[in-house]
Design a protein around this ligand. Sequence first.
Ligand code: NAI
Length: 480
Amino acid sequence: MVKICCIGAGYVGGPTMAVIALKCPSIEVAVVDISKSRIAAWNSDQLPIYEPGLDSVVKQCRGKNLFFSTDVEKHVFEADIVFVSVNTPTKTRGLGAGKAADLTYWESAARMIADVSKSDKIVVEKSTVPVKTAEAIEKILTHNAKGINFQILSNPEFLAEGTAIQDLFNPDRVLIGGRETPGGQKAIQTLKEVYAHWVPEERILTTNLWSAELSKLAANAFLAQRISSVNAMSALCEATGANVKQVSFAVGTDTRIGPKFLNASVGFGGSCFQKDILNLVYICECNGLPEVAEYWKQVIKINDYQKSRFVNRVVSSMFNTVANKKIAILGFAFKKDTGDTRETPAIDVCKGLLGDKARLSIYDPQVTEDQIQRDLWMNKFDWDHPIHLQPTSPTTEKKVSVVWDAYEATKDADGVCILTEWDEFKNLDYQKIYDNMRKPAFVFDGRNIVDMDKLREIGFIVYSIGKPLDPWLKDMPAVA
Ligand code: NAI
């Protein structure tokens, strides 16, 4: 029986391995992590991440050919294939701080693999890593190998949170990069056979190592670039009276462009886009390509601009001050159908409003109070480090309350900011919300999900990104 071990039981390691176990009953899969609480949650009825369809997949295989454990060394020792899916945050200190990927977790995983291995292994990079990481990992492994043969493969993950199970069942492609040596090609073949249990052969792409590593960074840069492009257009739409929904529809019907990823919003978030682009920027700089670095940096700058533009709209609409006003925040996760808040635009928007002394009442169907408080007091880039290294929120802070209901959040509020596109926010009883708010009552729709006309009929002053402005907002300054 082939044995797989995955180091890192996070958003990628957990769902990916669960699907491999489901689709390959003949393979034994162990997912290991240094975090005891995470592993305990994977072994309980309350999984550590919210992902539609994940519960059912885990329930079908857990205890049969899928195991979650903190016994990292035992499972690595036994495995034929070791996936490494640990976090690769942006460095916060030293050379490349604020840009380069921090490979501390990756390196310690690689050293541990070298230490405990007694048989040949295929080591698979699942984490998103800088180009040529495989080379560094190869060096660590071979210098400590004691005669063991390690083959390194790059198999970046393209799943999107919120649709992870669907994406894993039916991927656009699986990408496997390896050395162009006979040993490398054999390892590629072995991994290909795992995926071939359910992925059609023509969707399994094989490349050299560096192409696979770079393709992941490039894919994320292109996706984020589309969002920043449409968000840049949204600012122009507001200035001219065009409607960004109409513009993006017209643009997206061009088959060369396509309709996906063209929704204007308060900005992109998630653990990957910003980190991976910063990483790409750093790699370009290190390779003497400052113009290319500058080009990709703009994607992040527009994203930051979009978030601060949104905050400015809120503040300027409300008579240039939100001091002591109650603002309801509907949605905190970086997108719907996930509880993940890493790099969510809600953090910057909330911090911006708190900077102007607003009182916030936050509701998200999947994010806990503890997580929100932690996010709002954490330093930039600290979020992707272990929990014991993160600051806890000052208990005296009374400006933020977290509630479990949208009506509670909006009660007596002066304004409502919609920051995540949860379906339930489309169907709220906005008349009831209006009746319970202070007047004038404002809605700032950061995801373009509400029916503006209907809300205006009720009496709200509505701002919706990239849409023709409410007369109220027209002459208010909106740019940072
Ligand atoms: P995560 O933070 O949810 O999970 C990483 C896990 O690795 C943590 O539970 C941590 O405790 C564990 N870990 C760290 N060092 C370890 C060690 N030495 N031994 C054992 N466990 C260790 O991260 P996530 O979101 O799963 O991302 C993992 C990688 O996949 C990152 O490189 C990310 O860029 C990439 N990725 C993430 C996607 C996403 O949607 N979240 C999508 C595609 C790629």
